[in-house]
Design a protein around this ligand. Structure first.
Ligand code: GLY
Ligand code: MN
Length: 479
């Protein structure tokens, strides 16, 4: 937890932003629900607790069973939670009081959890807007649906609070929260750097363990052990597979085989719940074949190009497009595509090889704030999400600002089902050399990912150390 002044300052700023968006209906209350414990299959055997990220951001408390209300008219702040009783103490040991937890977050008032429902009901009865964020966990969705007396699906979508305030999450609150969480504070960047250091150690351990005959699952265990011993755990389910062409491959049953490549996309979550997210692709035998190296070098150049272009004022969508052009240029040299680069970019040919976007926001969540709405988070008001394969999956298109934290993760994949679909449909038939592409059906995929902080004059890679990335450096590290 940061010092209380961090949370006090954030809530003040949020209230000020909400005042700016306030209208004649009055400002109302902003409601924050923390997460509850989630049983795996019987109560008492819960999943590891993870706090709701916006609750953590504004109220700092990293425990289940809390809610909070920010009164936008009076400025009052109240934290709701229950003090432990003797049964809790027997199982969990003595616990600090709710009041002392509130004190750590600079919250002046605390009350038992049941009074939270009263506070929301009273606000609604007196016709005051009740602002809440779109919920992602089912428990909170159902609870909000009950207190707001509206269908559960409305709890997960946003609409302007004034006018439709009783039927959907508040667009005003969601926009205000996004605008704050997008620009990371110095104390947050310090935590992301720590998460990146743990991520570096995870990937280093994985690279050292990657030897023919070892099971993929053994490497997953080694990597995850690193972050469990140094931080909170993984920032998302580890992706580690010799079938790297499956973008999010969570099956780890294969044995490391010479001649193949191992794609590892994994990151750490620090004890304060900030994420890192790195991808490296390793030659299983320690050396790339020349065919692998040709593709690898293109991806490494794309990663470097994105890093060189990411700077304040530049829309990340443009960086994605520049990477698509670079990738097609490299693939053209290898004879896999042909035509004018600009035409191929316009036609979306890069999507055949990179069916995902260049990157996403990262912070308290690895795909930061996507629970609040992917387009609200990743797109400026004057930007439209595309429908093309690849570009349509771009999760961060915004004009970059100092303090943004984003990933730079180009990749080239040969997905047999996608290649045969495009070929059968005749998609890009004048630009894709399908005969040549079919020589790569057993190639797999390569992705190379770093985490970037946008600075005043460009960007820097997060974390004190960078994982080896050039083909030569990777081979040297594996020798
Ligand atoms: N690292 C997984 C992802 O970005 O989707
Ligand atoms: Mn990522």
């Amino acid at each position: 937890m940061f010092g209380k002044e961090v949370y006090i300052g954030r809530r003040k700023k949020l209230a000020a932003l909400m005042h700016e968006s306030g209208k004649e209906n009055g400002r109302g209350i902003a409601v924050f629900l923390g997460n509850t414990d989630a049983p795996q299959n019987y109560r008492g055997n819960d999943y590891k607790f993870r706090q709701e990220s916006s609750f953590l951001y504004y109220w700092g408390i990293d425990e289940p069973g809390f809610a909070a209300v920010l009164d936008l008219d009076s400025g009052d702040e109240t934290l709701y939670g229950n003090d432990v009783d003797i049964d809790d103490i027997i199982w969990m040991g003595p616990q600090p009081s709710v009041a002392s937890k509130g004190e750590k977050a600079g919250v002046p008032h605390t009350a038992p959890y049941a009074e939270f429902f009263e506070a929301v009901r009273n606000a609604r009865k007196s016709g005051r807007p009740v602002h809440f964020l779109p919920a992602s966990r089912y428990y909170n969705t159902m609870m909000l649906s009950e207190i707001m007396e509206c269908p559960a699906e409305n709890i997960r979508k946003t609409a302007p609070a004034y006018g439709t305030r009783e039927t959907a999450a508040s667009l005003e609150l969601t926009r205000a929260v996004i605008s704050m969480r997008l620009v990371k504070e110095a104390c947050e960047i310090e935590e992301i750097d720590k998460a990146c250091e743990i991520g570096y150690l995870m990937h280093t351990a994985a690279r050292q363990a990657c030897k023919p005959g070892v099971k993929e699952q053994d490497i997953v265990g080694i990597m995850e052990g690193v972050t469990i011993s140094k931080g909170w755990g993984v920032s998302f389910t580890t992706i580690l597979s010799q079938n790297g062409e499956t973008l999010h491959n969570h099956s780890h049953h294969q044995v490391i085989t010479p001649g193949r490549m191992l794609l590892i996309d994994a990151g750490a979550e620090s004890n304060t719940h900030y994420a890192s997210d790195f991808t490296r692709t390793l030659p299983c035998s320690g050396k790339f074949t020349s065919k692998q190296r040709d593709i690898y070098d293109i991806v490494a150049e794309c990663n470097e190009l994105a890093y060189s272009l990411a700077a304040p004022g530049v829309p990340y969508r443009e960086v994605h497009m520049a990477v698509a052009a670079k990738m097609l240029d490299g693939l053209k040299t290898l004879g896999l595509v042909n035509g004018r680069i600009d035409d191929m970019v316009t036609e979306g040919i890069a999507g055949l090889f990179m069916p995902h976007g260049l990157g996403h926001n990262m912070g308290i969540d690895v795909h930061d704030m996507e629970d609040l709405g992917e387009d609200l988070v990743g797109y400026d008001d004057d930007q439209q999400r595309a429908s093309q394969l690849g570009l349509g999956s771009l999760r961060m298109a915004r004009r970059l600002k100092p303090g943004h934290v984003i990933t730079d993760e180009p990749g080239i994949y040969f997905v047999p089902a996608l290649i045969s679909k495009w070929k059968a449909e005749g998609t890009g038939k004048d630009m894709v050399n399908y005969g040549a592409v079919e020589q790569y059906l057993d190639f797999g995929g390569i992705r190379l990912e770093d985490d970037l902080l946008i600075t005043e004059d460009g960007c820097r890679r997060l974390g004190p150390h960078r994982l080896p990335i050039s083909a030569d450096d990777v081979e040297a590290a594996m020798a």
